[in-house]
Design a protein around this ligand. Structure first.
Ligand SMILES: [Zn+2]
Length: 680
């Protein structure tokens, strides 16, 4: 059992996670005990004889289950960053226990009755803005799950939910089976010409692992992407591209067309049952964008600006392909290939040229220096707290007065047991309880190039922006200053959560910032200006086409979820109609996007795909404000701290943003940054 008490927590320095003391066999009993304790706390709230108040119901609920939260965050963070078979097995055992626990809360009618009583009297309670938000959030977490429905309709809702989760599972299984079923074996070396050595090597190893001769390619991204980007053989690119685009659309037993129609209709039914016009109305109620109308307006306005640029770029690319290889009509399987060739011709910018300027330690120091100049933060490496792996760096973060702000963990290198990608996570959120401001423990986890015997870790430019991105999320967590943990830091509407992360990336393109840290690891020379210019120019290469592609996915998502789907009979016909205004390449009859659009039909992005572009508009607009006043302007930084970074989800994000910026976000800054404003 892992020791934790509500008075002194883990009894460690800063109450940090006691990694070295936790044994795998401790987890299960600790989880069981923590769940039992949390249940008892919930029951005490639900069965309280005193009449319901904000304090004895909403606030009590908010601060219940503290031990369970700490254990869960440690366990699931490790399951991502440092896992093994045992931890994965425990996760499989614990996950259903936790979802049962949270279902029990949502279905607890006595508890909801109390919450509803407080909710109905909210205007007479003299609540602070934050308390008001908390009350709204707690109430909605019940009502949006049917707590207000009569018994019979509740039952109907459960049945829809059950069907939906089965359909989503089936949808995903079909895509996975399609991906795994496809192989392209190449035995003639001439057919892989153009591919980088690394990709050839990987394809050869894959063939060997299946006891085959030659080079094997699959629909997995690390195999598929290099092939369609570099392979000179157009016919084979076509084969692979069509295979990738026809997942779930072959009319066989792995076909997803009916699943797409069923999921869209069930979601609509569910939304109606809960009193919403469409699924998108239901989802967007808890988003900064608020309504489908706003999202559609947003997407179409950007499209209007981006489409002419995209058409020009497409024509350009087609001409380039014509000159180079006598290609008459640019097809989908030519896009990545000729884009890459044109990019090389225009910029000849490769990672090897840039990497010497981005030694990992210098980039870390760079991020810290930027945070120091903007927010007066100091980062001191400490070795007095536990780590879960030797590679992890630990920092104590303080402000200019020396006040303790946060603990920061940084874990940069890949190893078995760490999942791919980069992310920020929380070991302990910030909150204020009994007048004490309990500071957060934040972690960033990446998979960067490792040092070798002769060279330190040198980052690609993409890795540099990734570090700044995750560091931006970390700032949002570290600088949190709210009362309630569920509204703290990055606990915001998810079309707002990428603002602090994406805005930080902007400093990586600025001379004034790069001069602070982008120095050659051997000579100390600052990165030359022409390289910076090239980085900037290549970052917006074919931006019109990219933008239109993103917008087309957002519009497709809204077409499925922003209207009554009852009359949609044919998936492909519906999809072509949704894509009408965004078309660049000729249609491929064998292909369908919706039948493999896992983001929206399997994952949690339904009615949310727009948020990628939404966040870009926000970050460009916010950074524009810095640029107007100087990228290290401390009064703009102070506003960003006061109204965004410290506020978490305590208020409507549009209100927070306007308080920071003085106005609503406008798309002009993004269009300018993306090079879509001028007429070429
Ligand atoms: Zn992010």
């Amino acid at each position: 059992m892992i020791d934790y008490s509500s008075t002194n927590g883990f009894n460690t320095p800063y109450n940090t996670a006691p990694f070295s003391k936790i044994k795998n066999e401790d987890y299960l009993p600790t989880f069981k005990k923590a769940i039992a304790d949390a249940k008892a706390e919930i029951n005490a709230i639900a069965n309280n004889e005193a009449s319901p108040t904000f304090k004895n119901t909403i606030e009590a609920l908010e601060f219940s289950g503290e031990k369970l939260d700490r254990i869960s965050s440690i366990f699931f963070n490790l399951n991502s960053a440092e896992t093994n078979d045992t931890i994965q097995k425990i996760a499989q055992e614990v996950s259903p226990m936790l979802s049962e626990f949270s279902n029990d809360i949502t279905l607890n009618e006595d508890l909801f009755k109390r919450i509803k009583t407080v909710y109905n009297s909210k205007d007479t309670l003299n609540l602070t803005v934050e308390q008001h938000t908390l009350l709204e959030k707690k109430y909605k977490s019940f009502s949006r799950n049917g707590a207000n429905l009569p018994k019979e309709k509740k039952q109907q809702l459960r049945e829809i939910d059950k069907k939906l989760s089965q359909l989503k599972l089936k949808f995903g299984e079909n895509i996975l089976a399609e991906t795994n079923a496809f192989e392209m074996l190449i035995t003639n070396e001439a057919d892989i010409s153009g591919l980088p050595d690394g990709a050839k090597e990987a394809a050869k190893q894959l063939a060997e692992s299946k006891e085959k001769e030659g080079w094997l390619f699959t629909l997995d991204y690390p195999s598929y992407i290099p092939f369609v980007t570099y392979a000179d053989n157009r016919e084979l690119r076509k084969q692979l591209s069509i295979a990738a685009g026809s997942k779930g659309f072959k009319g066989d037993k792995l076909d997803n067309q009916q699943h797409v129609l069923d999921i869209a209709k069930l979601r609509h039914e569910r939304a109606n049952l809960l009193g919403y016009k469409t699924h998108a109305h239901f989802v967007l109620e808890e988003r900064m964008a608020e309504t489908p109308k706003n999202v559609e307006k947003f997407l179409n306005e950007l499209l209007e600006k981006a489409k002419p640029a995209a058409d020009r770029e497409f024509k350009n690319l087609e001409n380039f392909a014509k000159d180079l290889d006598n290609i008459d009509k640019l097809e989908k399987w030519d896009g990545a290939y000729y884009s890459e060739k044109l990019k090389q011709k225009l910029f000849s910018l490769d990672d090897e040229k840039l990497k010497p300027y981005f030694k990992l330690q210098n980039v870390i120091n760079g991020a810290f220096t930027v945070a120091n100049k903007l927010f007066n933060l100091h980062f001191e490496e400490i070795n007095t707290i536990d780590k879960y792996h030797d590679d992890v760096l630990t920092y104590k973060v303080t402000n200019s007065k020396g006040d303790f702000i946060s603990i920061l963990y940084a874990d940069f290198f890949p190893r078995p047991g760490k999942r791919n990608g980069a992310w920020m996570t929380v070991y302990k959120p910030q909150y204020i309880k009994n007048e004490e401001n309990s500071r957060p423990h934040i972690s960033i986890v990446c998979n960067f190039t490792k040092p070798t015997k002769t060279k330190p870790s040198l980052l690609t430019f993409n890795e540099v922006t990734t570090l700044f991105h995750e560091f931006g999320h970390a700032l949002h967590g570290m600088l949190a200053n709210t009362t309630y943990p569920s509204l703290s830091g990055t606990s915001v509407y998810w079309d707002f959560v990428e603002l602090p992360s994406q805005v930080m990336e902007n400093w990586c393109y600025e001379k004034e910032a790069l001069e602070l840290f982008a120095t050659h690891y051997e000579t100390g020379e600052v990165i030359p200006m022409d390289l910076i210019e090239k980085i900037k120019a290549s970052a917006t290469f074919l931006e019109g086409m990219q933008t239109v592609r993103q917008l087309s996915f957002g519009l497709l998502d809204m077409s499925w979820h922003g209207q009554d789907p009852t009359d949609i009979l044919d998936v492909k016909t519906h999809e072509n109609k949704a894509f009408e205004g965004t078309k660049l390449y000729p249609d491929v009859a064998e292909n369908c996007m919706s039948t493999a659009f896992s983001h929206i039909f399997q994952g949690g992005y339904s009615s949310g795909y727009y948020s990628y572009k939404w966040a870009e508009v926000l970050d460009a607009d916010a950074f524009e404000y810095f640029k107007e006043n100087g990228i290290f302007n401390t009064s703009v930084a102070q506003k960003f701290y006061d109204h965004v970074l410290s506020k978490g989800g305590t208020e409507n994000p549009m209100t927070l943003y306007k308080r920071f910026r003085g106005q609503e976000p406008k798309p002009e800054a993004l269009l300018k940054r993306a090079g879509l404003m001028e007429t070429k």
